[in-house]
Design a protein. Structure first.
Length: 577
């Protein structure tokens, strides 16, 4: 059967569009293959799968694969299975299984009743392995791991056959059954495919199919002490589930000949085909679960869901929305060529989404107390504030205003530089939704630090311009001191200060960790409308950025994570282009 060329690429994929909602995915090279398969009658339906290994939390790179596999199933009216590749009991945990299911659902995808595990097929995989032995296509090798490595050869030198390669099938079958029965310690024997020790593809030089591992499995317990390798398990799982298009990342391109070899030499119920696409590489980020696990274990971050982590759990806790992540995955597209995406594009997608959906509120991170001396001491009034100018139906809210307020300390300069238009001695500014005020005095402590400002207000300027037509050059936010809620603010920045932290020598990538990736402001103030805000709720603090309520919030104080600043570098990049 003639197959479409899986190496072809679509150069139109991955071009971001400025502004507006994300559009339908372009016809990338994978969708072109599917279209051709359906038109030629090779398949009547489309069946894909997302096959994570439960040895860590999913990250933004996995989101690209999730959106691709589940998205294709939705577009073509097909199915997408969620299958856990749980063949390594030493590294896998139920915690990771639960987190992966949670993340896939959070992205608004569902597998219905098609939740599978590689461990579901352990009996069938074992029978397939025995079949290969009986057919002379596999043998039990008793070399050590180091000896197998030495015999494998190099890119320029062919491999050497193991002295056990020509064991009689009956002897290998007996040893394999005894391996399963637990007679041998780890590393004593392995089952290898008998392919070609002279193959230019080193992976095809008699690859290992099974190894002994006396470890309890999170699902099968101690039922097994031999476990199949990924390359043996994955293709057979695809065949048993009748997957039509097995889509994986480009590092598995070299594994495709072995994928096909296994299926070609066993009586499988269906014949899937593997296609590879370029994985997501993101600046200022590492995408290795091994490296991310290292950060967690060494407590360089506060767990897998630390908002600085590229994990979906961390991005969710930081306040990134599923819509923003799916828009990002649509924008970067699907291609065959490896490339690195600027982190600024992901941040742009987050801002673009939150600008439309996040309610506006006022919060003061570094408070400076002001007293409006001509405002009545006991008077409290409510001013009307817009919830979201991008969404008129969001309406308005009432914000209390009183004699004593908190302003942002950065909004005042005793000796203002040129082009500083905010508050200064003798200068008039507008308070958002309220009045014009003028700074008339400064109070300092013994160290000369400004601790309080004295101001006056113009009662005729409430919510608008001055009747006499005078203008001010700045509008600043505020909160009423008597009504504001205490809050802890966590200002997150990029976890790494190098655009390619893992690009150097192995082991030095942690030298690029950003020491300023987290700043905690223990005593900020936010407006009282946030009293009932729940964990996960996202707001735009006017003039400051987007902030998400953290699950650590307590009755006495809210905790907010900064999701993103208001500065949009990607939009500037696009404008220049």
């Amino acid at each position: 059967m003639n197959r479409p060329d899986p190496s072809r690429s679509d150069s139109s994929a991955g071009t971001p569009k400025s502004g507006g909602a994300s559009k339908a995915p372009a016809v990338d090279f994978i969708r072109a293959i599917i279209n051709e398969d359906l038109a030629a009658g090779r398949h009547k339906t489309v069946a894909t799968r997302f096959p994570p290994e439960p040895n860590g939390y999913l990250h933004i790179g996995h989101a690209k694969s999730i959106c691709l596999n589940f998205g294709i199933a939705e577009e073509y009216g097909g199915t997408c299975n969620l299958r856990f590749d749980d063949t390594n009991p030493v590294k896998e945990e139920q915690e990771y299984v639960d987190s992966i299911q949670r993340d896939v659902r959070w992205l608004s995808f569902d597998w219905d009743d098609r939740l599978y595990y590689a461990s579901d097929y352990f009996d069938q995989l074992y029978e397939f392995a025995e079949r290969l032995i009986q057919d002379g296509k596999a043998y039990v090798d008793s070399l050590t791991a180091d000896e197998i490595r030495e015999h494998r050869g190099t890119l320029t030198e062919p491999g050497r056959e193991s002295p056990f390669r020509n064991r009689p099938a009956a002897e290998s079958l007996d040893l394999f059954r005894r391996m399963r029965a637990g007679e041998f310690p780890d590393g004593t024997h392995v089952l290898r495919a008998k392919i070609d020790m002279n193959s230019p593809n080193i992976l095809m030089r008699d690859p290992t199919l099974y190894r002994i591992r006396h470890a309890s499995h999170h699902r099968t317990g101690d039922q097994w002490c031999i476990y199949p390798m990924y390359d043996f398990t994955h293709c057979l799982s695809d065949a048993l589930e009748h997957i039509t298009h097995s889509i994986c990342t480009l590092e598995f391109e070299n594994n495709r000949p072995l994928y096909d070899w296994v299926l070609d030499h066993l009586p499988v119920p269906s014949r899937p085909h593997q296609y590879e696409f370029a994985r997501l590489n993101l600046t200022y980020t590492v995408m290795s679960k091994r490296k991310l696990l290292e950060l967690v274990k060494e407590r360089r971050v506060n767990g897998w869901d630390d908002p600085r982590m590229p994990t979906l759990a961390g991005l969710r806790r930081r306040g990134y929305s599923r819509e923003a992540i799916r828009s990002f995955c649509d924008r970067i597209g699907v291609a065959k060529t490896e490339s690195t995406v600027d982190l600024a594009l992901l941040e742009f997608c987050v801002r673009e989404d939150l600008n439309k959906r996040a309610p506006r509120v006022m919060g003061v991170l570094r408070p400076l107390r002001i007293v409006i001396e001509n405002y009545p001491v006991d008077r409290i009034e409510e001013v009307e504030a817009i919830n979201n100018p991008e969404e008129p139906e969001a309406g308005t809210r009432k914000v209390p205003f009183s004699r004593v307020l908190y302003l942002e300390r950065d909004d005042f300069r005793e000796d203002p530089p040129k082009k500083f238009y905010r508050l200064a001695p003798g200068r008039e500014v507008r308070l958002r939704y309220a009045y014009f005020i003028t700074c008339t005095g400064i109070v300092k402590d013994e160290q000369g630090e400004v601790t309080e400002l004295r101001c006056t207000y113009d009662p005729a300027t409430r919510g608008g311009d001055a009747p006499d037509g005078r203008k001010v050059k700045s509008t600043i936010h505020w909160v009423s001191a008597a009504h504001a809620l205490p809050a802890e603010i966590r200002l997150y920045d990029r976890l790494f200060n190098h655009p390619n932290p893992a690009g150097g020598k192995e082991g030095d990538w942690k030298d690029h960790l950003n020491p300023d990736s987290l700043e905690v402001i223990p005593q900020a103030w936010v407006e009282p409308s946030l009293r009932t805000a729940r964990a996960g709720a996202i707001f735009q603090f006017e003039r400051l950025g987007y902030f998400c309520v953290d699950p650590d919030s307590r009755l006495r104080a809210l905790v907010f994570n900064r999701t993103a600043t208001l500065r949009d570098t990607w939009a500037k990049i696009e404008q220049r282009q």
